[in-house]
Design a protein around this ligand. Structure first.
Ligand code: GTP
Ligand code: MG
Length: 266
């Protein structure tokens, strides 16, 4: 099984203690320890935010394109990966540029939906890979192209253990909410035991009252997904507004274990 479980259970015998430990693992609270741990308030301490900002900013950024499922085998698996997925035009490439400080267009941003047709791998200081996936749900592409996009995303996720792929960011346009394809993808991530987080984009286009209602609604909906983090991350990459960018950098840093996420680990 790909999900990380406490190793101490492997070689214990059927004592009261081992039975109790085993029931704890399979009970609700321990079922998604990794997901809940990432929302420990301690992780957003000023020190952690500062450390994570430093990881994303400055030199040491390399990028490369992957055009074919077969090329997936050639992807280095020496550093943790964080992948960004979502509908076409939701703002995946813009968010990557914002995470990297917004000073350069590392990921290609376009007004034309469906522009990113390949996997774009961004290597940060030999510590982390950000993976920009092609967007799904664009009506103007052929059925065959649509299928190929889904195959590419699923093959990528399937090829990654969650030791490597630490977190999938499912981007949702704040003005649109969940589409059927988003839900389908989230169900796929649950089934393939990959932790994910819902990241709202373009919140600069939303009225604050509507945003609050939307967040409440989405937080209720994600409860049906055992591998989804319970908190929605809200962002804007618009005109260097950089809303939520520090928080997302910190969440990514913790999921990739580049900084500690627990109060007792620091
Ligand atoms: N107002 C606003 N516009 C944004 C934001 N993020 C992205 N955009 C705009 O949305 C459009 C699409 O952005 P991209 O980053 O290329 O979106 P994408 O998800 O990578 O698109 P594909 O690669 O085609 O799937 C561009 O015109 C961006 O300028 C945001 O936070 N606020
Ligand atoms: Mg893109």
């Amino acid at each position: 099984m790909r999900r990380r479980l406490p190793m101490r259970c492997v070689d214990t015998k059927l004592t009261d203690q081992s039975i109790s430990e085993a029931s704890e693992i399979f009970s609700g609270s321990a079922f998604k320890p990794f997901c809940t741990k990432a929302f420990d308030k301690q992780q957003f301490s000023a020190g952690n935010v500062d450390r994570c900002n430093k990881i994303f900013l400055g030199p040491g950024i390399e990028s490369r394109q992957i055009f074919d499922v077969k090329e997936l085998e050639t992807l280095e698996q020496d550093v943790p990966e964080i992948c960004l997925v979502g509908k076409s035009n939701v703002g995946k490439s813009s968010l990557i540029n914002s995470l990297l400080g917004g000073g350069q267009q590392v990921a290609y941003v376009s007004k034309t939906p469906g522009r990113t047709q390949s996997i774009h791998l961004v290597r940060i200081k030999n510590m982390l890979h950000l993976v920009d996936m092609p967007g799904y749900g664009y009506a103007q592409v052929s059925k065959k192209q649509k299928k190929n996009l889904h195959v590419l995303i699923e093959e990528y996720v399937k090829s990654r253990t969650n030791e490597i792929l630490r977190l999938v960011c499912v981007l949702i346009d704040a003005r649109r909410g969940f589409s059927d394809e988003d839900i389908q993808l989230m169900t796929y991530l649950d089934d393939s035991v990959h932790p994910f987080v819902v990241v709202l984009t373009k919140i600069d286009k939303m009225e604050p009252a509507k945003l609050t209602t939307l967040i409440r609604d989405l937080e209720e909906k994600v409860q049906a997904h055992p591998f989804c983090y319970p908190e929605i991350v809200v962002t804007s990459s618009f005109a260097h507004a950089n809303l939520g960018i520090d928080r997302l950098r910190t969440l990514i840093g913790c999921a990739a274990e580049l900084v500690s996420s627990g109060s007792n680990l620091e």
